[in-house]
Design a protein around this ligand. Structure first.
Ligand SMILES: Nc1ncnc2c1ncn2[C@@H]1O[C@H](COP(=O)(O)OP(=O)(O)OP(=O)(O)O)[C@@H](O)[C@H]1O
Length: 255
């Protein structure tokens, strides 16, 4: 069943003056099934962040339809969308966005606290998540006291604590070395396998994308092609991603 559906999505950035219009997205259609781990790749300036910002409800100025779990976010009021984002979407950012004055454990709890959930539920869900992602030993440390990979795993824990229907991630491994990137991607894969979480991420990193089961390539605001990982062989999928990036441009060298 599709959890995310996009129809004829277009986006123009308007500058000063009538002629100063830039078409950042042009007629994007896409569908993501529940339980998929999907990467969006493409050259710099191709519209990846613009697309993710629209899908995740950050940017509401566009034409076309975006449906999440059957609900059109395009038609929601500001307040409805804010609530929907808080309760049904999770977000992971390149620079983690943890609160410096809270411990990792407290950071992970924030969405449940904001949602006024029962203290016992908050404690038990937080502890379950901490152990699932191997953060038990650092749970009482502040973000500045732990590694980037641990911070990102805490940010992922925070993103899933409310059981969102879909998690959006923008360059989640962008600030990490290869070892931490690998741990973070394994965290996403584990989340996907154990909890059936749906994850949509934008990345320049073919290594990170190779953990996904599908990679969508966009160029000049259009959906160019997609490839699917047919079997469990990550290395072979990595090679196919590289081949496609060489074809359309848009790997690490573009940064
Ligand atoms: N606020 C804005 N106003 C005008 N043009 C914009 C704005 N934001 C983005 N653009 C343009 O829209 C195009 C798509 O930008 P976007 O950030 O979505 O690309 P991207 O694929 O995420 O790039 P990168 O990989 O470099 O982050 C680019 O040409 C960019 O310059």
């Amino acid at each position: 069943m599709p959890i995310l559906e996009v129809e004829s999505l277009s986006k123009e950035y308007k500058g000063k003056g009538k002629m100063n219009v830039f078409q950042a997205l042009n007629g994007i259609n896409l569908s993501v099934d529940s339980g998929e781990l999907v990467a969006i790749m493409g050259p710099s300036g191709s519209g990846k962040t613009t697309l993710l910002n629209i899908l995740s409800g950050i940017d509401t100025e566009y034409s076309g339809v975006v449906r999440i779990a059957g609900t059109s976010i395009s038609e929601m009021s500001k307040n409805e969308l804010a609530l929907f984002r808080r309760q049904r979407m999770g977000f992971v950012f390149q620079d983690y966005n943890l609160l410096d004055s809270l411990t990792l454990r407290e950071n992970i709890m924030v969405p449940m606290v904001l949602d006024d959930q029962e203290v016992e539920d908050i404690n038990s869900r937080t502890d379950e998540t901490l152990s699932l992602f191997d953060l038990g030993e650092v749970k009482d440390k502040y973000p500045y006291m732990v590694s980037g990979g641990q911070q990102q795993r805490a940010a992922i824990s925070r993103a899933i604590i409310n059981g969102p229907e879909v998690i959006f991630a923008d360059e989640p491994t962008g600030n990490l070395d290869s070892k931490s990137s690998s741990t973070v991607m394994k965290t996403f894969a584990k989340l996907n396998a154990l909890k059936g979480a749906t994850i949509v991420m934008v990345t320049h990193d073919p290594f990170a994308a190779s953990y996904c089961n599908r990679v969508l390539f966009i160029k000049d605001g259009k959906m160019l092609l997609e490839i699917t990982r047919e079997n469990k062989e990550r290395r072979a999928f990595f090679d196919r991603i590289l081949e496609n990036l060489a074809f359309i441009g848009g790997g690490e060298d573009d940064l």
